[in-house]
Design a protein around this ligand. Sequence first.
Ligand code: 2AM
Length: 178
Amino acid sequence: MIRLFVALDFPEDVRRRLAGLGGGVPGARWTDADNLHLTLRFIGEVPEDQAAEIDESLAQIAAPAFDLVLDGVGVYGSGRNARVLWAGVERSDALSHLQSKVESALVRCGLPAEERKFSPHVTLARLKDASKDRIGRFVEERGMFRAGPIRVDHFTLYRSHLGKGAAVYEALSEYGLG
Ligand code: 2AM
């Protein structure tokens, strides 16, 4: 079995800027600059032959390239249940369009439909027992963050290797956008 997800990657300068937001929140595990991405669809564990089928199906997607703007930061969960610090994405019909094409390609491969609404974000940090005040301050101080427009001319199928430390993401295939 291999663990897969579909995501957008970012150019190095954008990743550096995102990584530069980190710090000042004890209890936060910051995402390495190299691992920053925007998940279009988490797939999870699938057998290798199904992975090949998924790859073929994603390769058939035809969608336009587009520009993406990252906008602001926020937190998932609140109080003691704050789990994730994220950077947000400006509303983009092109992004939603691509995401729904990915979703239908995966459903055609026999994967169960995603029940949760697509909520595009870039995970900056995962939180464990982080102080509410520090989280509040982070969101306040970094709220003006903006990056882009970023040209999105491909999306990527990633394999996630789970280990003792942070997961290692391996790009398996890139798919061009027209
Ligand atoms: P997250 O950053 O919001 O946690 C690889 O794990 C990517 O898939 C992450 O970007 C993660 O989103 C996303 N993902 C979505 N659902 C997931 C799940 N149930 N388990 C692990 N990762 C998930």
